[in-house]
Design a binder for this molecule. Sequence first.
Ligand SMILES: NC(=O)c1ccc[n+]([C@@H]2O[C@H](COP(=O)([O-])OP(=O)(O)OC[C@H]3O[C@@H](n4cnc5c(N)ncnc54)[C@H](OP(=O)(O)O)[C@@H]3O)[C@@H](O)[C@H]2O)c1
Length: 177
Amino acid sequence: MTEKRNLAVFIATTLDGYIATKEDSLEWLFKVEGEGDNGYSEFYETVDTVVMGKRTYDWLMEQELEEFPYKNKACYVFTRSSLENTDDVKFVNEDVTKFVEKLKNREGKNIWIVGGGELLFYFIKEKLVDEFIVTVAPAILGKGIPLFKEGDYELELSLKGTRTFNQFVELHYEVKR
Ligand SMILES: NC(=O)c1ccc[n+]([C@@H]2O[C@H](COP(=O)([O-])OP(=O)(O)OC[C@H]3O[C@@H](n4cnc5c(N)ncnc54)[C@H](OP(=O)(O)O)[C@@H]3O)[C@@H](O)[C@H]2O)c1
């Protein structure tokens, strides 16, 4: 039997656990001196499906990028509104567990949950995440959008490895089942 695909969080955070300021700024992240692409392309090669919340998608669209960054992947955006799919993304409003089960029953590479903290909250609560690859930036914000929202959940993790990319530290955990 072929192994099921993993669902991985790959995200950057401040030391105090924020993924953006309250105003959705990532300036604290972009100004950090890393190394190469800080493991991004290596990770990106391992996935063929990308999942994100609508606020993260909106942030991305505001960046006025020349091209949608996940063009060669199946990209799903969670929203409770009913929106028309685009050439690049499918909007979904489904039970997260059923959605992930469906994806995992298909063959393919791993699945990346880009964020943000709100969508991730539901994925964590339902224990849908298999791996966390969290890149810590040398910054403390004091307030912002949390990577981990407060809630009734608990996960036990196992450390798979750590790497540094100049000023960044990458923490790689597997979720214990
Ligand atoms: N540091 C990083 O690496 C990183 C990575 C990703 C994102 N970010 C930042 O994080 C911020 C956004 O994060 P966030 O936590 O505020 O928002 P988010 O999780 O990206 O999006 C929240 C939205 O997703 C939809 N949603 C969430 N859960 C859902 C569910 N179970 N079913 C259906 N729809 C659901 C809702 O959209 P509707 O309101 O349309 O219903 C909700 O308002 C942005 O500033 C972004 O730049 C940072």
